[in-house]
Design a binder for this molecule. Structure first.
Ligand code: HEC
Length: 394
């Protein structure tokens, strides 16, 4: 009797047997593997047939398999996919068989792991299945983190579709800065994308809040012609010694002095006026005591130099205009039935009664100043970033 068919054969023995097949010739191996998978199909209850894992091992060893001919083999594989998301087998199976019923699962997986290789791989399979619409729809939802993650994934996984999908995002009025900055980054991963970005700059269609992101990419392009053309329209902001800021790509390669950076944090950087570190400083912006565990070197530069590109959720800026004509801008500290309290850039809280309020609006800009680089030289900035990166969880 066939070892694989015999109910007394243990699961471990079967698996060993299966692996032994890797040394056999193709026709013999294929027949035995198909017979094993068919035994999953024939057994009435899952407990009698081979386990889902074994069916998956067998399927993966076959060149091809027609799941339409075996509903229970397919059920086995789907159960396996739901149990072991993100494994090598998960991606192998989905890439080869592209089960339509797994598209939502892949989509959620990709969003959840958008900053990891596995999330990008999941998004690549969505594109392979022609289900990128799931990602594109997510760009229009209310959830900011999902919007940014979806744009990032289209940028990393979209290949030759990236530019045409993300170009409309860049110029869309309805989307916030951080989503459009992520689209600029996605597009600029592709050479033709950088050319299209340059076209937008030349035709003056690039929104102002994307100029810093675009300047960083285009002024450090490998193609000298792109660099020269871009420099006619864009410049990086000047630092304290009137020199233009070097592009991010150059800055991230440099290393600084931590002790000198700690000084810059107070003066001339003025960071301490708004941020607490280990109990010291004002609490206008987030506490930075563990910021080095949260942000990469590049993200740290972007947070400092282009704050509106990454406004943290809890720190959205609002402005109020009162009936007597005074305007207040700051972070929303409280919002009750009677009044609104905003904390301004100096860390001072101001409360306004709702019946005196003319306009109450969320701002797309961060309360953190856009031009802090003008307070520092490039060297001081590099030292400052080196210091902030040492602020990690204890
Ligand atoms: C006028 C107040 C103000 C000053 C000055 C200021 N910041 Fe901020 N900063 C904020 C606010 C408010 C936020 C949160 C909103 C946002 O994300 O833009 C923030 C956010 C940040 C973040 C992102 C934090 C996170 O959790 O993602 C970093 C990093 C940061 N600031 C570093 C600095 C450094 C370094 C300096 C000094 C060069 C500085 N800030 C100066 C107000 C300020």
């Amino acid at each position: 009797m066939d070892l694989l068919q015999d109910p007394s054969t243990s699961e471990a023995e079967r698996a060993r047997y299966l692996r032994a097949f890797d040394f056999h010739d193709a026709p013999e191996k294929e027949i035995a593997l198909k017979r094993l998978i068919a035994s999953a199909a024939n057994s009435d209850s899952a407990s009698e047939g081979p386990s889902d894992e074994l069916v998956v091992e067998a399927v993966l060893r076959l060149g091809d398999f027609d799941f339409d001919s075996s509903v229970s083999a397919k059920q086995s594989v789907l159960r396996y996919l739901h149990t072991y998301p993100g494994t090598d087998a998960y991606f192998d199976l989905l890439q080869r068989f592209q089960f339509a019923e797994m598209a939502d699962d892949l989509f959620e997986f990709s969003l959840k792991h958008h900053d990891q290789t596995s999330g990008v791989r999941a998004a690549e399979i969505l594109f392979l299945m022609d289900r990128q619409s799931l990602l594109l729809d997510a760009i229009q939802t209310d959830d900011l983190a999902r919007r940014v993650a979806a744009v990032t994934l289209v940028g990393l996984a979209g290949r030759n579709k990236t530019v045409s999908l993300l170009l409309p995002v860049v110029t869309s009025d309805g989307l916030s800065s951080e989503v459009r900055v992520a689209a600029v980054e996605g597009i600029s991963r592709r050479p033709n994308g950088r050319k299209r970005l340059l076209d937008l700059v030349i035709s003056r269609k690039l929104p102002d809040d994307l100029k810093f992101a675009a300047a960083n990419v285009l002024l450090s392009d490998e193609d000298e012609a792109v660099r020269i053309e871009a420099a006619k329209y864009l410049e990086l902001p000047a630092t304290a010694d009137s020199q233009p800021l070097p592009p991010l790509r150059t800055l991230v390669k440099r290393r600084g002095d931590v002790a000198a950076g700690a000084k810059v944090f107070r003066k001339p950087g003025t960071c301490i006026n708004c941020h607490k570190v280990n109990g010291e400083g004002k609490e206008v912006g987030p506490d930075l005591s563990e910021i080095g565990s949260k942000l990469s070197r590049e993200a740290m530069y972007v947070s400092i130099l282009d704050p509106s590109a990454a406004v943290s959720h809890n720190f959205e800026t609002y402005s109020v205009l009162t009936e007597d004509g005074s305007a207040i801008t700051g972070l929303l500290v409280s919002d009750t039935a009677e009044s609104v309290t905003l904390r301004n850039a100096e860390g001072i809280d101001q409360t306004v009664n709702k019946d005196e309020m003319e306009i109450f609006q969320k701002q797309s800009k961060s309360l953190m100043p856009q031009d802090l680089q003008r307070l520092m030289t490039a060297d001081q900035l590099v030292n400052l970033v080196e210091y902030t990166l040492t602020l990690t969880k204890k």
